[in-house]
Write a protein that binds this ligand. Structure first.
Ligand code: A3P
Length: 333
């Protein structure tokens, strides 16, 4: 561990040995949240005061529940924030043009290789090494609950958070398809039940959503709250919002040149899904440890697939739980 921030084996054992776990889903209940076991050492490292995470002015953290549009948000934020170094390509005029355009990182790499996931990096002992080498303003991502992040992120006026949420019903369906890649036999009902009980991946999901929602209300200048469904409805509007929020609004010249539309097209589901890097069965370097291929992050890319997996009664039950948990917050699905 080059940064010296990961807990040593004995210390880690003493922290986690008494925690509730779900071995089948590889989850540990750490600080009241059900987290992927393999993230926990990374989270402990990030939480260490003066240890794991060294904030830098201008840092932007993308936060989300798994399966709520993380990959898309990574692509859009990267394309927006890196647009001076890497202009998004305009529509290709032909095959030759298309080939020439391949220099954009998002056309050669999976979005997860353009924006690092903090807890995975820190768990691999690569946190400080890779994060320190990123150019400013740094762009990084997390699936961790707001309450588990260090104050150096949440209370830092120079660090911005962009959160994306999604209808929990679609999230759970997406998660089931994802988990099935590792556990082909897992019944949908099992994952659904665990979500309703607040015990599936990154659960309770309402805690996750509410933590960032409340933060966006109290600190709107440092927390931007986005919804997957809104992005689908009007991606250009969300990209403009995102650019303003990180202090890089589009200039009239960029608007005139269609840069916003170029970013939306570059990051669109069809474009990303059909790229060679995402079609190949290969694994991206940072994702290797969890055995999911690049292509597994692109499935249907729409809304309402829950209706193909849940009975109306199941949907009503989950909706009622979520509604009850969010009551009084001003947020609903
Ligand atoms: P579905 O499984 O419902 O299709 P995450 O990136 O957080 O893992 O979320 C994955 C979900 O986002 C998947 O949903 C995936 O298809 C969808 N997705 C990935 N890239 C997208 C894009 N560029 N546009 C819209 N949806 C996208």
């Amino acid at each position: 561990d080059p940064g010296g921030v990961l807990p040593q084996e004995e210390e880690y054992e003493s922290i986690v040995s008494s925690l509730p776990s779900n071995p089948k889903l590889q989850l540990l209940c750490y600080q009241g949240k059900w987290l992927l076991e393999s993230w926990v050492p990374g989270i402990i490292a990030i939480q260490r005061p003066g240890g794991g995470f060294a904030p830098r002015r201008g840092d932007v953290v993308l936060a989300s529940l798994p399966k709520c549009g993380t990959t898309w948000l990574k692509a859009l934020a990267f394309a927006t924030m890196a647009r001076r170094a890497h202009p998004p390509p305009p529509p290709a005029a032909g095959d030759d043009d298309e080939r020439r355009q391949r220099h954009h990182p998002l056309l050669r790499l999976n979005p997860h290789d353009c924006v690092p996931s903090m807890e995975k990096l820190f768990a691999a002992g690569l946190g400080s090494k890779i994060m320190d080498a990123l150019p400013s303003p740094r762009l990084m991502a997390t699936h961790v609950h707001h309450s588990l992040l260090p104050a150096s992120i949440t209370d830092n006026p120079h660090c911005k958070i962009i959160y994306i949420c999604r209808d929990p019903k679609d999230m759970i369906v997406s998660l089931w398809h994802f988990v099935r890649r590792r556990l082909p036999e897992i019944p949908f009902l099992e994952l659904f039940e665990s979500a309703c009980e607040g015990r599936c991946l990154s659960s309770p999901i309402w805690d996750h959503i509410l933590g960032y929602w409340n933060a966006s209300k109290t600190r709107p200048e440092t927390v931007l709250f986005l919804r997957y469904e809104e992005l689908l409805h009007d991606p250009a509007d969300s990209v403009r919002k995102l650019a303003r929020f990180v202090g890089q609004p589009f200039s009239p010249e960029e608007e005139e040149a269609g840069v916003v539309e170029d970013i939306v097209r570059l990051c669109s589901f069809e474009r990303m899904k059909n790229l060679e890097v995402n079609r190949a069965a290969g694994l991206s370097p940072v994702l290797q440890q969890n055995a999911y291929t690049n292509g597994s992050f692109f499935r249907k890319g729409g809304t309402g697939d829950w209706a193909n997996h849940m009975t109306p009664e199941m949907a009503e039950r989950l909706d009622a739980i979520v509604e009850e948990k969010l009551r009084g917050s001003g947020l609903s699905f």
